[in-house]
Design a protein around this ligand. Structure first.
Ligand code: ADP
Ligand code: MG
Length: 777
């Protein structure tokens, strides 16, 4: 024991002297000075005291005050001082991989070390850490995965959960698990960090844990809403009716020729427009009615105008533009690069900041540009609290962010741009006042801002719970509903029951809520469980490429565009991809055509000609690669990739695999003299989305359609569909894993009987019995 202590002591001394040498170098001194200037530094002693005396401490402080980069370092340094340094192991979780990577690099730089030595990071598929890593930044998902094999987090001395104010599903989930763990590990320290002042909620969840607040300072920021901006530009906002595929929906259009109007007139024009679109009565629970406010219509031109204006007339300072996601960032970037001023690299440094940017690009974001060059950063809400760019003076806020939302009707998660909360809008505005007084342009009227929700609803209350429930099962955390009842804010019991029921139907859980073999594989894939299931079967049946395209296509924005004025042309363009009554197979062909065109650098023309979104195609391409690598991790495809596409040419097989994944999303096709009608068990009559391949047909020579998504707008509409035969539904509807029990037999049997196909039902029963016998023996 004495020898061991001696080693630890020596190692700690060594760590301390290394830091001393670094801090006396000129670069080290400069960085140390910067660190000491951060507000967090002033609270260092109070923080360390609180941490030493309490198992759980909550830290709140404005973005940029030094929580993420400094607090883990304070703990590390104090451990080294107290000679326990060589033993401490600090884990700090980040909701996004990009922040785990950029923060760890920054901390290593501040300490004059190489990344992967004392400070490291770990995210899915990537990481840099070594034997001597004592401070590890990782995504929340990585820590959850570690808990899978190490329930007590053996050897870890401090867990820091960052950005808890975001209330992400993973973070809320992790907090339940950690709360259970604390009594078992009394010496473990838990630190929660938040950028907003809602610490009370977390404090009471952890039995009155103390809170340390870091006071910050920001300069005043002048705020402009849409009405003020429109006055500057001479644009006029006019309401403009657009027929959406679901029926009438109001859209907005900018009218450049409009005469210059006085401010009061513009305000009333905005209000009139808002009233015309029913936005006046907008309240947080009717947020959907606002999604027809299309940022593409007003956003891009206006942003270009504002950026030009800033570059030509305003004082120096970087500009931060909040966009909704990678796809609109890259479209806007293309547009701006073609602009005479904004695209001139001698005057403007145009950068993007989003979850999948490369690390060199990341570094540029923090650098000060040369004199006379203005830095413009197009960012997602990642720049709202996780990443701080120091020299920002101007902020442009589109008012939206992509968030997953739960459509209770069809149990489908969707990632759609929706309005942000007041807190988010304030955070965005605050980014402009870090170095000197700033300006913020909100691209929406004040009355829309007033109607924003105060806070965003926590993810656990607004998204489907199927993936979470699967994760609870894979971590062996007992009964799902009992476990979730202990959350910071528990989801409704009904939502939980729905999720469990659904997981049973798709064969991920058995009757006793235990994970099936199929379910275990689904937990390893980062997508909607049913799409995971489809992908697994695609791999098993060696038709991987097309199935991978279908699965990714269903996870991104629909690439088939339908511009209002060219609706017929667009539908005809889509129809050429179809021979076989399937939107999903049409997508596969469109993607394959694009891929080929891309090889000849003609991807854009191909998209233009065929009414496809090039952004969506690129997104599918990128996501396909990600999904493929997680599929490889499951061991279901061999890494040499030899046979996994042996059957990819067989459309009947692909159709069957699609059916396997989309079940129980089925509807029956009932033919009458001239056309056909559709019926599901839950909704009765349903209709097809007019963009669907099958909507153009007068007859469908198959008895069933399977679909991924249905949407209720007056009537129930199916967004996408693939026609399948009786035999395909018999064999591939329901689950073909061993978890398939009597319940499933009855369910599909029930469908068949309901649709008055008793002969089929009978055949089905005997077929399944035979299959089951086969499996058993
Ligand atoms: P918080 O977590 O409280 O929002 P951070 O610890 O992330 O604050 O950042 C503290 C300060 O360090 C900020 O002023 C930020 O600009 C600066 N900073 C963070 N990361 C980097 C980086 N990679 N390069 C340069 N400065 C950085
Ligand atoms: Mg932070």
């Amino acid at each position: 024991k004495a020898a061991m202590e001696n080693i630890i002591w020596k190692r700690s001394l060594q760590m301390r002297s290394q830091q001393q040498v670094w801090q006396e170098s000129s670069e080290g001194r400069k960085l140390l000075e910067f660190r000491r200037s951060l507000p967090a530094y002033k609270e260092k002693e109070a923080l360390l005291m609180a941490i030493s005396q309490n198992q759980v401490v909550i830290v709140s402080g404005e973005t940029g005050c030094g929580k993420t980069t400094q607090i883990p370092q304070f703990i590390l340094e104090s451990e080294i001082e107290s000679v326990r340094g060589a033993q401490c192991s600090i884990i700090c979780t980040q909701p996004r991989r990009i922040s785990a990577m950029s923060v760890s690099e920054r901390v290593a730089t501040e300490r004059g070390e190489k990344l992967g030595e004392m400070v490291g990071y770990k995210v899915r598929l990537e990481g840099m850490k070594g034997r001597d890593t004592h401070l590890l930044f990782c995504t929340t998902g990585i820590l959850l995965r570690r808990l899978l094999v190490d329930r007590n987090l053996k050897g870890i001395t401090h867990v820091i959960v960052d950005e808890i104010h975001e209330r992400g599903m993973n973070e809320d989930f992790l907090l339940i698990v950690l709360k259970d763990l604390l009594p078992r590990r009394p010496e473990l320290r838990l630190i929660l960090m938040s950028a907003t002042l809602d610490a009370e909620l977390f404090s009471s969840y952890f039995g009155g844990a103390p809170t340390v607040h870091i006071p910050g300072f920001t300069y005043p920021v002048q705020t402009h809403f849409l009405e003020n901006i429109l006055e500057m530009t001479g644009y006029r906002l006019t309401p403009y009716n657009q027929i959406d595929d679901y029926g009438q929906e109001k859209m907005w259009k900018m009218n450049k020729q409009a005469p210059r109007k006085r401010k009061s007139q513009i305000v009333s024009a905005v209000e009139e427009a808002l009233r015309a679109a029913d936005l006046k009565d907008f309240s947080p629970d009717t947020q959907d009615s606002l999604s027809c406010w299309n940022p593409d219509c007003i956003g891009f031109n206006l942003i270009e105008y504002l950026l030009c204006n800033i570059c030509e007339k305003e004082k120096p300072g970087a500009v931060l533009v909040f966009m909704t996601g990678w796809d609109d960032i890259s479209s806007l970037k293309d547009k701006l690069l073609a602009h005479p001023i904004l695209g001139d690299s001698g005057r403007v440094l145009l950068l993007a900041c989003h979850g999948s940017m490369a690390s060199e690009e990341q570094r540029l974001i923090f650098d000060e540009p040369e004199d006379g060059v203005r830095k413009i950063v197009l960012a997602t809400n990642i720049a709202e609290t996780s990443i701080t760019i120091n020299d920002v003076v101007f902020v442009i806020d589109c008012g939206k962010a992509k968030e997953t939302s739960y459509d209770a009707l069809n149990n489908t998660p969707c990632l759609l741009p929706s309005w942000i909360s007041k807190v988010s809008a304030q955070q965005r505005r605050g980014r402009a006042g870090r170095v000197r007084p700033g300006e913020c342009y909100h691209l929406y009227p004040k009355c829309v801002y007033d109607a924003f929700a105060d806070y965003q609803l926590p993810e656990i209350l607004r998204t489907p719970l199927q993936s979470l429930c699967l994760q609870i099962k894979s971590l062996k955390l007992g009964s799902i509903s009992e476990f979730l009842s202990r959350a910071l804010q528990s989801p409704e019991l009904l939502a939980v029951q729905n999720a469990i029921e659904y997981l049973k139907i798709i064969g991920a859980l058995d009757e006793n809520e235990n994970l099936t073999v199929l379910g275990r594989y689904m937990t390893m894939l980062p997508m909607d469980p049913k799409l995971g299931k489809m992908l697994i079967l695609g791999a098993v049946f060696n038709c991987l490429d097309p199935v991978l395209t279908v699965v990714t296509g269903l996870s991104v924005r629909d690439p088939f565009l339908t511009p209002m004025d060219k609706k017929d042309l667009a539908e005809a363009a889509k129809a050429q991809f179809s021979r076989d009554y399937s939107d999903h197979l049409a997508l596969v062909r469109a993607y394959e055509g694009w891929k080929e065109a891309e090889r000849d650098l003609a991807g854009y023309e191909y998209c233009w000609k065929n009414f496809l979104s090039a952004q969506s195609m690129k997104a599918i391409d990128a996501l396909r690669r990600e999904f493929y690598s997680s599929l490889k991790d499951t061991g279901l495809v061999d890494s040499n990739n030899a046979t996994c596409n042996a059957w990819s040419y067989d459309e009947h097989l692909i159709r069957a695999v699609i059916c396997y994944g989309l079940y129980p999303g089925i509807c029956s096709v009932v033919h009458n003299e001239k056309s056909f009608s559709l019926k599901t068990m839950e909704d009765g009559q349903v209709l097809l989305y007019s963009n669907s391949i099958n909507a153009r047909e007068s007859k469908i020579p198959y008895p069933w359609l399977v679909f991924n998504e249905k949407i209720k707008v007056n009537s129930v509409f199916l967004r996408d569909s693939t026609a399948v035969s009786d035999s395909v539904l018999l064999l591939f509807g329901g689950s073909i894993s061993r978890g398939d029990t009597d319940g499933h037999l009855k369910m599909l049997g029930g469908y068949l009987e309901f649709f008055m196909k008793p002969a089929l039902a009978e055949m089905y029963q005997s077929l399944r019995r035979e299959l089951d016998d086969l499996i058993q023996n």
